[in-house]
Design a protein around this ligand. Structure first.
Ligand SMILES: [Fe+2]
Length: 456
């Protein structure tokens, strides 16, 4: 292993991800002898970009300094989002990458200390880390599945009635029986997230406003309530420096059958022009950070790239166009923002879930460390060599939209927000007996580390 790899591995063992340039920086500073100091300094940050590195003399990070307006760092770049192939091999690479990303987290779980490769199992107690395949339930509700790692596969049997999804990466503790060639599972360990006790509060009174699903162009777009919200941003909101929008910026065209009957603006470019006009009313000192959703103009396959240049140029002002999902840091708070198309899959696949319990589904995503684990569901997943849908670093704020409900919960000190919409009930939702909860706005105050919910 070369020095760079050794450094990356050591950092990952401490849950720190870095840009390649940061590895060069560490080598410049003395390589492995500098590592402990670096880890000590950045262990609570999770992801470190070159721009986040301070001088040695500087004890505090830039985001705790008093004077600056924005402190925005994007961590997942567009690079690598282009689909180059769709062959079996490309999907294989995606799943291998997922395995390695999640296995890295599982290897750090103390319960799995002493795990072995599947090919090296011996009779008796075993601990394994692998990807799940062929999940089946017996008539009594016991669980049967295959566990696979890079060295082999083994069938597993669990008498407990628990849920497990295909393509999850898990740890298994159980007993291996050579005669049946099966593992009898005692415990399933998910990668999970640690309970963060980090004090995230900042000195300045700065807030981020979180919304989703504007659906400009729809006849059901709630223009009056939207304008009321914009007025509040302009005239009343105090300390707001960021507006985060979790996708479905416009209603789009041809998204579902007969959508044109429900469209006020029939041209998608005009829909974006209208959105751009609205966003021009947002005060200049508020940075807008937005990602696409399934109604936007980019490909539907996830991860979705950010809006293309011909759309971007319609917008003026302080806007960051990010892909879906996006990971970024504001003033030390790590944000994971995902539109949420997989919620439609997970609500059916995870027992006892419903559209009233989106927060529970989001907790499961965090525990699985994956936004859309199941391949072959409603969400189409791009065959990329990197799995952008794994949750590499536990966020401080986890945002989804898509289902037009509203949820706020705090789970292990993560602010979980399923942001609401600006569209009244559509015919389709009426048919599905779904009542949206529009006009809700979550405001994260980063000085108090607290969420306030407003209604418009
Ligand atoms: Fe939507």
């Amino acid at each position: 292993m070369d020095l760079k790899q050794e450094i990356i591995r050591e950092l990952m063992a401490h849950d720190i991800l870095v840009e390649p340039a940061v590895v060069d920086y560490i080598i410049e500073k003395g390589g492995k002898s500098y590592l402990p100091k670096f880890i000590e300094k950045y262990k609570n940050i999770g992801i470190v970009s070159l721009s986040a590195l301070g001088d040695e003399e500087e004890v505090e990070f830039s985001w705790v300094k008093e004077v600056h307006i924005w402190d925005f760092k994007v961590l997942v770049e567009e690079e690598g989002l282009t689909i180059r192939g769709g062959k079996a091999d490309d999907f294989r690479n995606l799943f291998v990458d997922r395995y390695h990303r999640l296995a890295r987290i599982l290897r750090n779980r103390h319960e799995l200390r002493g795990y072995v490769d599947i090919s090296r199992m011996q009779r008796g107690e075993v601990k394994l880390i692998g990807m799940v395949d062929n999940v089946k339930f017996t008539s009594r509700g016991s669980l049967l599945f295959t566990l696979e790692d890079p060295t082999g596969r083994v069938d597993c049997y669990s008498p407990q009635q628990e849920f497990l999804l295909n393509d999850e990466v898990i740890g298994v503790i159980g007993t291996y029986n050579e005669n049946t060639n099966r593992v009898y599972v005692r415990e399933i360990i998910r990668p999970g997230i640690p309970l963060s006790k980090r004090n995230r509060r900042i000195k300045e009174d700065i807030s981020a406003v979180i919304i989703s699903d504007i659906h400009v162009g729809s006849k059901m777009f709630l223009e009056e309530r939207w304008k009321k919200f914009l007025r509040w941003l302009r005239k009343e909101a105090k300390g707001v420096r960021y507006l985060l929008i979790a996708g479905d910026l416009v209603d789009g065209i041809g998204i579902y059958p007969n959508q044109e009957e429900e469209l006020e603006i029939l041209d998608i470019y005009e829909q974006y022009e209208k959105l751009a006009a609205y966003l021009e009313e947002v005060p200049e000192d508020i940075k807008i950070i937005m990602i696409p959703g399934n109604h936007d103009i980019v490909r539907n396959t996830e991860p979705q790239p950010s809006l293309p240049q011909d759309i971007r140029k319609m917008f003026k002002g302080n806007i960051e166009f990010l892909p879906n999902p996006a990971v970024f840091i504001l003033h030390g708070y790590k944000f994971l923002m995902y539109h949420g198309a997989s919620l439609n899959d997970l609500v059916e696949l995870i027992p006892r879930m419903s559209y009233e319990r989106i927060g529970e589904i989001m907790k499961h995503m965090l525990e699985m460390r994956h936004l859309s684990p199941v391949y072959g569901g409603k969400v189409s997943i791009a065959p990329l060599s990197r799995d952008f849908l794994t949750i590499d670093v536990a966020p401080d704020v986890f945002i989804t939209g898509h289902v037009h409900a509203f949820t706020y919960e705090n789970y292990k000190n993560v602010h979980i927000i399923n942001a609401s919409c600006w569209q009244a009930q559509t015919k389709y939702q009426k048919m599905m007996n779904f009542n949206p909860e529009p006009g809700k706005v979550a405001v994260l105050n980063m000085k108090e580390d607290r969420i306030r919910v407003l209604s418009f």
